[in-house]
Design a protein around this ligand. Sequence first.
Ligand code: ATP
Ligand code: MG
Length: 248
Amino acid sequence: MPILEVNNLKKSFDGDSILKGISFDMEKGQTLSILGSSGSGKTTLLRCLNFLEMADDGRIKVNGETLFDGMKTSFSENELRDKRRHFGMVFQQFNLFPQYTALENVTLAPRLANPSKDKIDIERESRMLLTKMGLPDKLNHYPHQLSGGQQQRVAIARALALKPDILCFDEPTSALDPELTGEVLKVIKELALQHTTMIIVTHEIPFARDVSDQIIFLDRGVIAEKGTPSQVIDSPTNERTQKFLANY
Ligand SMILES: Nc1ncnc2c1ncn2[C@@H]1O[C@H](COP(=O)(O)OP(=O)(O)OP(=O)(O)O)[C@@H](O)[C@H]1O
Ligand SMILES: [Mg+2]
């Protein structure tokens, strides 16, 4: 059974159709990258999956459980929290809490989500995650004491701390210079090698080719092309995909 099934997902803003019926599946442990030009709907798609936006129509299933079916489009805060729990989000701007240390940024969400869980266990797991992100010596640093790449790795640890089924990235390196980009891509690649289920919106084409099991090329709200990296990147059949890739 696929871990994620998206069927005919649609979203309009002010009568403007932004997602025009998006359908795809992904298997547990796979990495899916989403490419596409600016305004094609990549962020909107991630936001609809994560219920930061409410889709207008279509279906979203995680592990066979229907999270959205197009019939009901209004949910209580508790229902939304349960639905969002399936997805971890890492954004372009790291959005760490400036008043908390790296460790506190990671422990905060699991503490709120599991008030009965032992604080020491949460802290141990958070330390492990930050160590995995290559930051064992930065636990007590505040965001302003960290480079952009380090802050983004704290944000990844924070997203992993809630043990999401699917970790989503929206252009995780576009606010970083090339050197810091490399260190963040390295940890994402490591996660892919460990079969973390991930959806990555990125403009880093060689990276997407390297880490992805599947690639989707989104064009003006529709999936113009979908397949393995070699199909989509090396031999695109869609004219818009060819044009997009010719610029890289
Ligand atoms: N909340 C909103 N209200 C109105 N229009 C929106 C809203 N969010 C997105 N849009 C519009 O939807 C379209 C797709 O935006 P989206 O952010 O999904 O594109 P994108 O593919 O992520 O682009 P980029 O590569 O620049 O990040 C754009 O035309 C945008 O203006
Ligand atoms: Mg975007």
